[in-house]
Write a protein that binds this ligand. Structure first.
Ligand SMILES: C[S@@+](CC[C@H](N)C(=O)[O-])C[C@H]1O[C@@H](n2cnc3c(N)ncnc32)[C@H](O)[C@@H]1O
Length: 324
């Protein structure tokens, strides 16, 4: 791990440079205040300088933190120990930042169980957590999503937070479940998994949703009212991605979550900038189920993984809908 030279960092960050970086914005994670975490995550050079791409990433990470802050603060008030799961975490940037947040800003107990299918990134994330002194809060496991068991992983990774006798497993559920840029239908599977765990909040940043676009490509374009979109690869990709997220949001709402699709990072940084941020409020919502069914009636083209995964569950609630 790279070590920080604080004297050089302080010398580098003159008032002029600080102003150039943030202007009058208030960022939570600042290079001159928290150099260790940024250097360890390769988001800053050891003497304090930032490349263009590190600057971009630093602003993105801060934006993400601002978006999640109301959720984190609510969880801190509600739970003596905040339990967080991240799936398909890659380098665990967000988990590391959340660990930093709980240690330095919230100063509140938390356990963050991060996971990915790739052993290399998992090892790196554990090394980084160790180097930063975050291992008491953040531990990362090799776990492909189909094999991700919150219960057995938290039991083995955080035995200190797992009671000998579990009286009410619901109380040990994740309070926040994150999956950022899990490719294509992996986002659907992450959403479904989090819903099954009854996670209190979900933060899902979808990525390269090709599933619906591939089905639209095969449609008979003579009779299809969406033909201009289906025939044009660029429009097909972006419109299908919007529909995919609209369907995900309606299914989440139908099954009791409230929330919106919001901008995830400033749009000048990346086109993949949507975050579905939702909170579990009830068991189901018939109005949203009706909206979902209306959407499917007017545009009955294709199906996404989350529809297949939630199909049976929704069937029960469909029976409660008034006939039109
Ligand atoms: C595009 S990266 C996103 C990483 C990180 N969440 C981010 O936003 O920077 C997708 C990650 O998903 C992981 N992945 C791919 N298939 C997976 C699966 N079935 N289960 C869990 N993780 C998977 C990959 O190893 C990779 O780290």
């Amino acid at each position: 791990m790279k070590t920080v030279d604080k004297t050089l960092v302080n010398r580098y960050w003159s008032e002029d440079r600080k102003f150039q970086l943030i202007g009058k914005k208030k960022l939570l994670l600042l290079p001159w205040e928290s150099p260790e975490v940024l250097v360890t995550m390769d988001l800053m050079n050891p003497e304090g300088s930032l490349t263009r791409s590190q600057t971009k990433k630093l602003l993105q990470v801060n934006h993400m933190l601002q978006l999640l802050r109301p959720t984190l603060d609510a969880l801190t008030k509600q739970f003596p120990l905040v339990r967080i799961a991240e799936a398909a975490a890659g380098n665990s940037y967000v988990s590391l930042i959340l660990a930093w947040y709980f240690k330095n800003i919230a100063k509140h107990p938390a356990m963050i169980l991060s996971s990915d299918s790739n052993p290399k990134v998992v090892e790196q994330s554990n090394d980084r957590a160790k180097a930063l002194g975050f291992s008491d809060i953040l531990r990362t496991a090799v776990a492909p999503l189909h094999d991700f068991s919150w219960e057995s992983l938290s039991q083995s990774l955080f035995p200190e937070h797992w009671p000998e006798e579990v009286k009410d497993p619901k109380k040990l559920r994740p309070n926040l479940f994150l999956a950022l840029h899990a490719c294509d239908s992996l986002s659907c599977r992450a959403i479904h998994h989090a819903m099954q765990l009854k996670a209190d909040h979900l933060a899902i940043a979808p990525c390269c949703q090709a599933e619906l676009a591939a089905q639209w490509k095969e449609l008979d374009t003579k009779t299809n009212p969406l033909r201009v979109i289906c025939e044009n690869p660029n429009l097909r990709r972006s419109t299908a991605a919007d529909f995919t997220d609209a369907i995900r949001l309606l299914l989440l709402r139908s099954l009791g979550y409230e929330g919106e699709a919001i901008e995830f990072v400033p749009s000048e940084h990346t086109p993949k900038n949507r975050l579905l941020l939702v909170e579990r409020k009830r068991q189901f919502d018939l109005k949203s189920l009706r909206s979902y069914l209306d959407l499917k009636t007017s545009l009955p083209f294709g199906q996404i993984e989350l529809e297949r995964l939630t199909g049976k569950e929704l069937e029960i609630y469909r029976e409660r809908l008034d006939p039109i």
